[in-house]
Design a binder for this molecule. Structure first.
Ligand code: FES
Length: 131
């Protein structure tokens, strides 16, 4: 079984959600909040890795995530609220992505929380011969 990686944009901000001031000097961006929740939800799932990157270039529809694995279809998803429900759905989907030979998870297996969030899918890299 291969491992799938969830990449969360750490710099996403959702305009309609306030970043409530806390005792800390800075309130983490919504993307950072989602990353923290996805990391927690992924604990114990050995086939799922989690990482954060600054900006997946989908800034107008944050929070954004990508699910990738070597040799498999990759997916970009967006418009997530940075909460446990979103995190759980992303991890559940990534587990199925890891289990699936080509990364194409049948629709009937999609967790409810990812439906309506897909932005793009990207086929695995292949060697392209030119002339
Ligand atoms: S800030 Fe998240 S995609 Fe650009």
């Amino acid at each position: 079984m291969t491992r799938s990686t969830i990449t969360i944009c750490t710099t996403c901000k959702r305009e309609e959600l306030s970043l409530k001031p806390t005792a800390e000097a800075e309130t983490p961006a919504h993307g950072e909040q989602l990353l923290e929740k996805v990391r927690a939800a992924a604990e114990g799932h050995e086939t799922v890795a989690v990482r954060g990157v600054a900006c997946l270039m989908g800034c107008s529809h944050g929070c954004n995530a990508a699910i990738t694995a070597d040799g498999k279809m990759s997916y970009v998803l967006g418009s997530f609220t940075p909460d446990e429900v979103s995190a759980g759905a992303l991890v559940e989907y990534a587990v199925k992505h890891a289990e699936n030979e080509n990364g194409v998870v049948p629709y009937r297996q999609w967790p409810q929380g990812v439906k309506g969030h897909f932005v793009a899918r990207i086929p695995p890299l292949e060697r392209v011969e030119t002339n």
